[in-house]
Design a protein around this ligand. Structure first.
Ligand code: G2I
Length: 672
C-alpha cells in the first residue's frame, strides 16, 4: 500500500498499459481441470470434504521426522493418550492439561482439525474413579469430568469420543461391566451424551468402539440398537467411531454395509483408529474405499504415524516405516482416494508435488462488510490493507485507516462476518504503536516465542508484539527490521515506494517480502531462532513491469501440499486493481505462474460475481483467511476466502481520501 500515490498519476500512466501487460503476462489459461490430484493424504481427503488424521503423542513432538510427516500428510489430529481420564484428572478435581494443550495448540496453529479422545472409558481410568461405590458420587464425578475437559477445548474439537468401548466382546450384544455400568446401569451412556451436548454444543458427539466393523457381529448389532434408540428418543448423538484395528485380512466384507447402516440412522461415521497387521496394500485400499463410498463417512484417522509409534509396533501396521519412509500401503491409500503419490525420502526436503490449488479461480463477493468508523479525533476516509486471523472463536482484523493527516492502524474483532459491521474500532495510535505513519499491517502468532506480531510499514519495515491479540493496548512500540533500506532495494526502487512488508516462516527460516511500486518483489531471510533479528541476504524474488508487479504481496503455505502461493496486486489495463498468483515448492524458490493474467486472474472484477451489488471494480490489497494463525501462514487448499479492499467505482480525487471499504471473496469453483 503506497500512501503517497495519487489516483491522477495512476490514471495518467495507464495509457498504453494494455499492450504492456499483454507482453509481460502471457495468458495462462491452461484448460486444466479444477479437480486436482493431491500428493498427500490430508489434501486428497479434503478433495471430497473429508479429513485424514493421525493419533499423535505429545512426547514425540520434538522429533522432526515425526512432525514433518504429521504436518505434511495429516489435517486432523487425535491425542493418543493425553485427553484420557488418567491423563487429565489423575486425582479428583485436579485437572492437568499440559500435554493435551501441547497437541491442541500445535494442531490449531497449523489449521489441523482435532478429535477429542476420550471422556468416559473403563480403561486408563484412575483408581479413585474405579473405586467409587456410590452412584450419585460417580454420576457427579462423571458429569464434572466431561464438562471440565470439554470446556477446556470448547470450539476447538470437531468430534469427541464421549463414550469409548462400552460394549462387551463376544455374542451378548450387551454393555460390558465397568464401574459406570455397575453403578449407573445402562443409562450411563445417555447421561454422558446429554452432559456432553450441554458442555460443547458445537462438537460432534461420537460413540467409539472396536470390533464393530462386521455387520454380522453381535457387538455391532448391540451398538446399532443403541444408536437407533438414541435417535428415536432424541438423545444427542452425532456419530459412530469405528476404530478399525484390523488383522492382516483387513476390513470384513460387510464393512461398507456397516458404515452405511449406521449412516442411515442419521449419524456420521468415522474410521477413528485405523491400523492393519503388516499393512497390506489391498486391506488399506479397501478400508479407504468403504469410507469414500458412504457420504456420511466424514474422515479417517490412522492410529499413529510410523510403525515404531504404534501400540502394535511388532505388527508394522501403519503407513510409514520406522525411518519415516512411505510404505506401499501409503501409496495404495492415497491412490484409493484419487491422489498421486510422489516418490519422497523422509530425510530430504520435500520435492515438488502435484498442485493442490486449481489453475483458474472464480469468486463471489460479499457487499461492504467493514467501513470506517470515525470518532472525534479520527476523521477517517478509507479503511484498507486488512490482515486477519481466526483465533479463539473470533476473527481479529487489523487494517490501515487513511485520512487527510496520513495513515495509522485500527483493530476490531467479531465472531462471524455478519457481526463485522457492528464491531468496535480500536485505533492503535492510542497504544504504544503511537501516532504517525503506520500502514499495511500483517498479523501472526510467532509460536516459538508465544507472541503475536504485527508487521507494518513506517518508511522502514517495522513490528510490534503483544502477548494477547485481543488487547488493543497491549502492543509494544514500533521496532525496525532493518537498520536502513537494503542496498538492492535502493538500487532498484526508482521513483517507487518501499511498501507492504510480509513475513512468513518455514521450519528453518523466516522470510520478509516487500514491494517497491516499481516492478520488484524483494525477499530477505533470517533463521527461525534469530527472528525478528538478522534479516539479510535481500534479493529480488520476482520482477515484472511496474504495474504488472505493483504491491501488496502475500505469500502463504498451502495446507497438505508442498506448495506456497504468492499473490501480488497489479494495476490492469482498465486502471483497476487485481491480483495475480504464482506457486513455488519453496519460499526461497522461483515462482511459477498459476492464474496470473488479466484474462485468467487470481481475483479481478472479471472473475468475481457480486450478488449483493457491484460495489467495486477494484480487488485491491487484502489477505486470505488462513486455516491456522501461526508464522507458517497456512491456508486451506479449498474454499478459499479473501478479505480485500474495494471502493465505489465512481470515486476519484486524492488517493489518500478515496473511500476504501472491506469485503470478502469466497471461492466458488472449489472442488473440495
Ligand atoms: O489399545 C489401542 C486403542 C484402542 N482404542 C482406544 C485407544 O485409546 C487405544 O489406544 C491405546 C494407545 O495407543 C496406547 O498408547 O491405548 C493404550 C492404553 O489402553 C495406550 O497404551 C498406554 C500404555 O498402556 C501405558 O502404559 C503408557 O504409559 O500408553 C501409555 C503412554 O505411552
Amino acid at each position: 500500500m503506497n500512501p503517497l500515490k495519487r489516483i491522477g498519476r495512476r490514471r495518467a500512466s495507464v495509457l498504453g498499459l494494455a499492450a504492456l501487460v499483454a507482453l509481460v503476462t502471457p495468458g495462462t489459461a491452461s484448460g486444466a481441470p479444477d479437480a486436482v490430484k493431491a500428493s498427500t493424504l490430508g489434501a486428497q481427503a479434503a478433495q471430497s470434504g473429508r479429513y485424514f488424521g493421525a493419533a499423535v503423542a505429545a512426547g514425540r513432538l520434538g522429533d522432526g521426522t515425526y512432525t514433518g510427516i504429521l504436518d505434511r500428510e495429516f489435517n486432523s489430529v487425535t491425542p493418543e493418550n493425553e485427553m484420557k481420564w488418567d491423563a487429565t484428572e489423575r486425582s479428583r478435581g485436579q485437572f492437568t492439561f499440559g500435554p493435551a494443550d501441547q497437541i491442541v495448540n500445535r494442531a490449531a496453529a497449523r489449521g489441523q482439525r482435532l478429535r477429542g479422545h476420550t471422556l468416559v472409558w473403563h480403561s486408563q481410568l484412575p483408581n479413585w474413579v474405579s473405586s467409587i461405590t456410590d452412584a450419585n458420587t460417580l454420576r457427579s464425578v462423571m458429569n464434572h469430568h466431561i464438562t471440565t475437559v470439554m470446556n477446556r477445548y470448547k470450539g476447538r474439537i470437531h468430534s469427541w469420543d464421549v463414550v469409548n468401548e462400552a460394549f462387551a466382546d463376544g455374542g451378548s450384544g450387551q454393555h460390558r461391566p465397568s464401574v459406570f455400568q455397575n453403578l449407573l446401569g445402562n443409562g450411563f451412556i445417555e447421561q454422558a451424551f446429554r452432559t456432553a451436548r450441554t458442555a460443547d454444543p458445537a462438537a460432534k458427539l461420537c460413540y467409539n468402539d472396536y470390533n464393530i466393523e462386521d455387520w454380522n457381529a453381535a457387538k455391532t448389532q448391540g451398538v446399532y440398537r443403541m444408536v437407533r434408540d438414541f435417535k428415536a428418543r432424541g438423545v444427542p448423538i452425532d456419530c459412530v467411531g469405528l476404530q478399525a484395528h484390523f488383522g492382516a485380512g483387513g476390513p470384513p466384507a460387510s464393512f461398507r454395509t456397516t458404515l452405511s447402516s449406521f449412516a442411515a440412522l442419521g449419524v456420521d461415521v468415522q474410521i477413528t483408529e485405523l491400523d492393519i497387521a503388516q499393512a497390506p496394500t489391498t486391506a488399506y485400499a479397501n478400508t479407504v474405499r468403504a469410507c469414500l463410498n458412504v457420504a456420511r463417512c466424514t474422515g479417517i484417522t490412522v492410529w499413529g504415524i510410523r510403525d515404531s509409534d504404534s501400540w502394535r509396533a511388532g505388527e508394522n501396521p501403519l503407513l510409514f516405516d520406522r525411518n519415516g519412509n512411505k510404505k506401499p500401503a501409503y501409496g495404495s491409500t492415497l491412490t484409493a482416494m484419487g491422489g498421486t503419490p510422489t516418490t519422497q525420502r523422509a530425510d530430504t526436503s520435500s520435492p515438488r508435488s502435484a498442485a493442490a490449488l486449481p489453475s483458474r479461480f472464480s469468486w463471489s463477493s460479499s457487499g461492504t462488510l467493514i467501513s470506517p468508523k470515525p470518532d472525534a479525533t479520527h476523521n477517517i476516509a478509507g479503511i484498507k490493507d486488512p490482515t486477519v486471523v481466526r483465533y479463539n472463536g473470533k476473527y481479529h482484523v487489523f487494517a490501515s485507516v487513511a485520512s487527510s493527516s496520513g495513515y495509522n492502524l485500527v483493530y476490531l474483532n467479531f465472531s462471524d462476518w455478519s457481526q463485522a459491521g457492528s464491531a468496535t474500532h480500536h485505533y492503535l495510535d492510542r497504544s504504544a504503536i503511537g501516532a504517525g505513519y503506520r500502514a499495511a499491517p500483517q498479523v501472526f502468532y510467532y509460536a516459538p516465542q508465544r507472541l503475536w506480531y504485527l508487521v507494518y510499514q513506517t518508511g522502514n519495515a517495522s513490528y510490534s508484539t503483544n502477548p494477547d491479540i485481543s488487547n488493543p493496548n497491549g502492543w509494544s512500540a514500533p521496532r525496525h527490521f532493518y537498520s536502513s533500506m537494503p542496498d538492492i532495494i535502493r538500487q532498484n526502487i526508482g521513483n517507487g515506494y518501499w511498501v507492504d512488508m510480509w513475513v512468513i516462516c518455514d521450519s528453518a527460516n523466516c522470510y520478509l517480502f516487500s514491494s517497491d511500486d516499481n516492478g520488484h518483489l524483494y525477499r530477505s531471510r533470517t533463521s527461525v531462532g534469530q527472528f525478528p533479528n538478522g534479516f539479510t541476504d535481500t534479493v529480488i524474488a520476482a520482477r515484472d513491469s511496474k504495474y504488472a508487479l505493483f504491491e501488496a504481496s502475500n505469500v502463504y503455505k498451502v495446507q497438505g501440499a508442498d506448495q506456497y502461493l504468492l499473490l501480488v496486486e497489479a494495476i490492469g489495463s482498465d486502471g483497476r486493481r487485481y491480483f495475480r498468483s504464482w506457486t513455488s515448492s519453496s519460499l526461497a524458490g522461483s515462482w511459477t505462474q498459476l492464474a496470473a493474467s488479466e484474462s485468467n486472474p487470481f481475483a479481478r472484477a472479471n472473475n468475481v460475481s457480486f450478488p449483493s451489488g457491484a460495489w467495486t471494480r477494484d480487488v485491491s490489497h487484502g489477505e486470505m483467511i488462513r486455516s491456522g494463525y501461526d508464522q507458517t501462514l497456512t491456508i486451506p487448499a479449498c474454499r478459499l476466502q479473501y478479505l480485500y479492499q474495494g471502493m465505489n467505482p465512481g470515486a476519484s480525487g486524492d488517493y489518500n481520501l478515496l473511500p476504501w471499504r472491506l469485503g470478502l471473496l469466497t471461492q466458488t469453483n472449489s472442488t473440495c
